[in-house]
Design a protein around this ligand. Structure first.
Ligand SMILES: *[C@@H]1O[C@H](CO)[C@@H](O)[C@H](O)[C@H]1NC(C)=O
Ligand SMILES: *[C@@H]1O[C@H](CO)[C@@H](O)[C@H](O)[C@H]1NC(C)=O
Ligand SMILES: *[C@@H]1O[C@H](CO)[C@@H](O)[C@H](O)[C@H]1NC(C)=O
Ligand SMILES: *[C@@H]1O[C@H](CO)[C@@H](O)[C@H](O)[C@H]1NC(C)=O
Ligand SMILES: *[C@@H]1O[C@H](CO)[C@@H](O)[C@H](O)[C@H]1NC(C)=O
Ligand SMILES: *[C@@H]1O[C@H](CO)[C@@H](O)[C@H](O)[C@H]1NC(C)=O
Length: 432
């Protein structure tokens, strides 16, 4: 691993307490997205009366464990094929994921923030007061070749008669909004539509008979966090062996773009196997729980994906910039007030966990050409300037203490649009 040494070196001066703090910040920002609806009356739990019979019960946000025991070693029995090396999507003719950011205000941004009717208030940084717009002007330049130039007509031709679906968490939703913004400008307003925000949200373009959809499935497998609005919960409970709730929505899509990562970084995960009738959960650390979920997902990909008929993409972890010390030893801040990319080659922050990356790489490589990896981690690591920080809508009321210290509530996880996710979509276009 190229960055292996960096990780261990950096970790050594990165105290555990900071990591715990980081987990808390991450959790707060991820959960606060839709705070409006989070207050629910627990007495309304429809399952409390009848959990004893006919398992498995669908998990929802009211699901609880009756007790928690240690992980007993179960899994889906998916070993996958032999490791294919190199990972497809990586190094065919040229490794497009190795390169640098080049300032290019001639070709970028690829669209105007205020001209995209589907823009999210979480990502519209200019609208929310950001004045340094440099983050919109960077082009990704691979070292040994050029990326295919974004061409909206060509992209629509590739999508004609097809369903493209993003499946994952709020980072993946950001990439979906980016793609919709990139695509929508050439479709007349009366020939396009967007369904209301739900588990599955659908953008449709009539004349191409095509849809670009987003499915909320932050942990890929079924979990108690699958409600797109109410998912602020203290315990993370998953069904490590079941995709069914999401699968029924995604299985007919022609092109699938998956991601999952940050939701596994919030402490131990509870496992509730489908065969378990008495709500006895097992507990496992995030990385190993993610591995179980990835294998369940991979088992499905292995028997259903086909590069000619059903394309499957996997987007690697989206980096965070929560600790200024990582790129500037004198800094006590985070991404707030950062207006330029990091130029140090192979820079790697502590938020991008290498053991997780290795686990993911191992699983993906066993899927061979059935999956195309969009390895956005390294290139996004450089973009400490690309996050909304304080320039987004916050649903909670900010206290005077917070307001006097902008770093304390900065969002250094999601990405401003136009911005970094547009480039992830150029990579998707490149491989489609
Ligand atoms: C691009 O940036 C350069 C240098 O900052 C500036 O001189 C030029 O006017 C800019 N061009 C556009 C189209 O914004
Ligand atoms: C976006 O469009 C608005 C309104 O048409 C315009 O005022 C603004 O200059 C544009 N922004 C960019 C970055 O082109
Ligand atoms: C974009 O793609 C369309 C359809 O493939 C093609 O006709 C057109 O020339 C392309 N435009 C550019 C600028 O390459
Ligand atoms: C539109 O696309 C769907 C697949 O997404 C296909 O089943 C249907 O036949 C298409 N309709 C037309 C009119 O092409
Ligand atoms: C933001 O950065 C600029 C320099 O890039 C500096 O002059 C300014 O004091 C910083 N503001 C805050 C609030 O840290
Ligand atoms: C992504 O690229 C990094 C190098 O930047 C590499 O260490 C990692 O293994 C790759 N991940 C996958 C899933 O291919």
């Amino acid at each position: 691993m190229v960055q292996g040494w960096k990780w261990s070196r950096r970790r050594s001066y990165f105290p555990l307490i900071s990591l715990i703090f980081m987990v808390l910040i991450t959790a707060t920002i991820l959960f606060n997205e839709f705070r409006i609806h989070q207050y629910q009356n627990p007495d309304h739990n429809p399952h409390l009366q009848n959990t004893q019979k006919s398992p498995p019960v669908e998990l929802d946000r009211f699901t609880t464990c009756s007790s928690t025991v240690e992980y007993s070693g179960g899994d889906m029995g998916w070993g996958g094929g032999v490791r294919h090396s190199p990972v497809p999507g990586g190094v065919k003719e040229c490794d497009v994921f190795a390169g640098k950011w080049v300032f290019d205000n001639g070709s970028y941004p690829l669209y105007n923030e205020s001209h995209c009717p589907y823009m999210s208030d979480q990502l519209a940084c200019h609208k929310h007061g950001r004045l340094d717009l440099g983050y919109q002007y960077w082009r990704w330049q691979p070292n040994e070749c050029n990326l295919k130039r974004w061409n909206v007509t060509e992209m629509w031709e590739k999508l004609r008669g097809k369903r493209l679906m993003f499946v994952g968490d709020s980072l993946n939703r950001g990439q979906w909004i980016s793609l919709v913004c990139l695509l929508q400008s050439v479709i007349p307003a009366d020939k396009r539509s967007m369904s209301p925000n739900a588990h599955l949200t659908v953008f449709r373009a009539e004349e191409y008979n095509a849809t670009v959809e987003f499915l909320w499935a932050p942990l890929l497998v079924d979990s108690n966090s699958d409600d797109p609005v109410n998912h602020r919960l203290s315990d993370r409970i998953i069904r490590p062996d079941s995709l069914s709730r999401h699968l029924s929505k995604w299985e007919n899509a022609d092109i699938l773009v998956f991601n999952t990562y940050l939701w596994w970084r919030q402490g131990p995960v509870k496992l509730l196997w489908s065969s378990e009738d008495n709500r006895v959960c097992e507990e496992l650390d995030g990385v190993r729980a993610m591995e179980l979920a990835m294998k369940t997902w991979a088992k499905w990909v292995d028997s259903n994906a086909n590069p000619l008929e059903k394309r499957v993409f996997f987007v690697t972890m989206s980096p965070t910039h929560l600790w200024g010390q990582e790129w500037n030893p004198e800094s006590e801040g985070n991404c707030y007030n950062e207006s330029n990319p990091i130029t140090q080659e192979n820079y790697w922050g502590t938020g991008s966990d290498l053991p997780t990356m290795n686990m993911v790489e191992d699983i993906l490589s066993r899927l061979g050409s059935k999956v195309t990896v969009l390895n956005i981690t390294q290139l996004s690591e450089y973009r400490k300037d690309g996050h909304p920080s304080i320039y987004r809508k916050f649903w909670e009321t900010l206290s005077p203490e917070q307001l006097s210290k902008p770093e304390s509530y900065s969002d250094c996880i999601h990405w401003c649009l136009p911005g970094v996710p547009d480039v992830w979509n150029e990579l998707l276009f490149h491989f489609l």
